[in-house]
Design a protein around this ligand. Structure first.
Ligand SMILES: [Zn+2]
Length: 330
């Protein structure tokens, strides 16, 4: 079930460049449902389900495994860790947070007094309970990464919050797609990509190596339905969103329209997304080699890049039905 798959994936440590535990979890979930799985040098997990029709297309879907975090830059003589952001972290919402390292070391991320300056990453530090540099170094070294402590909780009947919703919700979607595909005529390739949050790096090499006939990025998008937030014109619970444009791509009309058609055929509500900022794996697919027709299906998500990113599971379930129809229609 989508909800259970999602919960498993939300619990796993995986900042950019350290996605191996997420890849292992995905493998364990879908090994029985795909024909081929491999992890490449960038840490992308690439899975393939062969199509029955030898003249069928090769369709790539990409969802990123990594999420934002903090990398230790220095440890002071009193055992406090200085950090830099990994991906788009807002210093303003990072203070007074529970954070965790890969080895299980826990800490409190906090902000020093600002003295009139605007808050920046250089003002943040992590307190892991150590009383000296020597003691801290027994647990953490410069280069280690921390993430907001893994968590998820349900809001109302349909919604869920987690610091890793971006983009584990789409990893769950892609897992379920591979599970539900029943002898497709087209070959379906799933890329669980690395390092999206630091510049769409994993999908770039994965798309080149897969060399697909078309591709779709799967990612969260922003929201316009909370107090004083009106744009983008995207609402939670009103369906997945077919992207027209963001800062990384203008969706290929044929792919965009095929996604809209698949939603109509599946009888699932869908929204039209124009995002004035942001980027996602679809752009890496579109720009690989001599160009590949590509689009993006987005899950509306409130409070993106915060410790409580919220989605509506009805949008995710609708997205699964859209993708199944899309693969069938191509
Ligand atoms: Zn994302």
């Amino acid at each position: 079930m989508l909800r259970d798959t999602l919960k498993k994936l939300l619990s796993v440590y995986g900042p950019s460049g350290n996605e191996h535990a997420v890849a292992e979890t995905v493998k364990s979930l879908i090994a029985a449902h795909v024909d081929n799985m491999r992890v490449d040098a960038m840490g992308n997990l690439i899975v393939e389900k062969y199509g029955a029709d030898e003249n069928g297309k090769r369709i790539l879907f990409s969802a990123h495994m990594d999420h934002i975090g903090f990398i230790v830059t220095d440890i002071d003589e009193n055992g406090f860790l200085r950090v830099h952001n990994v991906g788009g972290v807002s210093p303003r919402i990072s203070s007074a947070r529970h954070v965790v390292f890969e080895n299980g070391t826990e800490g409190v991320l906090y902000c020093q007094p600002l003295k009139g300056e605007e808050m920046a990453m250089k003002h943040l530090f992590i307190d892991i309970g150590a009383e000296s540099r020597q003691e801290a170094e027994q647990y953490v070294l410069p280069g280690d990464m921390a993430v907001y402590a893994p968590d998820y909780f349900e809001l109302g009947d349909h919604r869920m919050a987690s610091p890793a919703m971006d983009d584990r919700c789409c990893c769950a979607l892609l897992c379920e797609l591979m599970m539900y595909l029943d002898e497709p005529k087209n070959t379906v390739i799933g890329v669980f990509s690395s390092q999206e949050e630091v510049g769409i790096r994993g999908a770039k090499t994965a798309a080149y190596s897969v060399n697909p006939d078309m591709g779709v990025g799967l990612d969260v998008t922003a929201w316009g339905d909370t107090p004083e937030v009106k744009l983008p014109a995207i609402q939670l619970g009103k369906g997945a969103a077919v992207k027209f444009m963001d800062r990384s791509m203008i969706a290929t009309p044929a792919v965009r329209d095929a996604l809209l058609q698949a939603a109509a055929d599946a009888g699932v509500p869908v929204q039209r997304e124009v995002l004035p900022f942001g980027g996602q794996d679809g752009s890496a697919i579109q720009h690989t080699r001599s160009g590949v027709p590509a689009g993006c299906l987005s899950i509306p998500c409130r409070y993106v890049h915060s410790p409580a990113e919220v989605i509506d599971l009805r949008d995710l379930e609708g997205a699964l039905r859209i993708l199944l129809k899309f693969v069938e229609n191509v």
